[in-house]
Design a protein around this ligand. Structure first.
Ligand code: BV8
Length: 245
């Protein structure tokens, strides 16, 4: 059963002229980064992610939000890409070699796709490795490590992670590129995402509407599962290497 689905998925990927991949926190789980909902442990156990990842939460309690992101930034800096990340980088190379289009759209802010050599990456929700100021968006390459939060050297405003918080619009260019890719791909691979956060969760449905094959890689079912072409039940680090030939 599973081997048969993996074989069908491999075939669809091999014959595709245009491939789009959407990833979520699940692909970084095997690198030791807890998924979004699992991340609320220890110091953060008393918070829902949506409570900390909003501009309102930052204005209400900037120190707690800054520290949460500082902890996640340190975790991301120590993490290494896993076999799942590497398989997607290899798939991009294989597509380039045969003249097929490839784009990787991620909801993750950990930077592990770039770290594993992927090139055509769209960070829909920003990156925890970048910092900017809250009032004017001035990028900051360095900051006072003891600041909680530190201040912008250009305007004195509080610094914040350069990620998209709930209630904030996504970077225009990123969302447009993702929607265009979903509308014209032959195959969309949805990897390690619960499909609960919009507008990212709509990309797979846009691809289905455009007639693409949608392949889901996830150890658990999601709201997308009943609609996909192939559901590969398992860990990204185990399944993705088997799809790339
Ligand atoms: C916006 C960055 C305009 C910060 C993030 C329509 C309907 C309802 C609500 C809305 C709507 N439109 C907008 C909203 C509001 C909101 C939203 O979607 N809310 C949800 C909670 C209902 N969306 C927004 O606010 C967006 N902005 O729309 O602006 C606007 C504004 C206001 C009102 C209207 C319009 C901004 C959303 C972006 C927020 N920022 N991240 C940070 O990281 O701190 S979202 C964040 O959560 C992640 O980036 C990701 O997107 C999401 C987490 O989801 P996943 O990545 O899927 O992770 P999760 O833990 O949920 O699941 C992991 C999965 O992996 C599981 O399925 C598991 O089974 C699987 N797994 C586990 N291990 C493995 C594995 N898979 C494979 N291998 C394994 N080994």
């Amino acid at each position: 059963m599973m081997d048969d689905s993996v074989a069908k998925a491999r075939e669809a990927i091999r014959d595709a002229r245009s491939i789009a991949v959407l990833t979520g926190a699940g692909i970084s789980a095997e690198s030791g980064i807890p998924t979004f909902r699992d991340a609320m442990t220890g110091l953060w156990a008393r918070f829902r992610p949506e409570d900390l990842a909003t501009p309102e939460a930052f204005q209400r309690d900037p120190r707690t939000v800054w520290d949460w992101y500082a902890a996640r930034r340190a975790q991301a800096a120590d993490a290494l890409p896993n076999a799942g990340h590497r398989a997607l980088a290899a798939l991009e190379e294989a597509c380039a070699a045969r003249g097929a289009e490839f784009i990787l759209v991620t909801q993750n802010v950990d930077g592990l796709h770039h770290a594993s050599g992927s090139r055509n990456v769209v960070e829909l929700h920003g990156s925890i490795r970048r910092v900017k100021c809250f009032d004017n968006g001035h990028p900051a390459s360095s900051w006072d490590p003891d600041g909680a939060p530190p201040r912008c050297l250009a305007c004195g405003a509080m610094l914040r992670p350069d990620v998209v918080w709930f209630g904030e619009v996504l970077p225009g260019g990123a969302l447009d590129a993702a929607l265009r890719a979903a509308a014209k791909c032959d195959v969309l691979l949805s990897v390690g995402t619960s499909g609960l956060v919009e507008p990212a969760a709509s990309l797979a449905f846009a691809a289905l509407e455009a007639g693409a094959a949608v392949i889901e890689v996830n150890p658990a079912a999601t709201p997308l599962t009943p609609h996909v072409t192939l559901a590969l039940r398992g860990a990204a680090g185990e399944i993705l290497p088997r799809l790339v030939v």
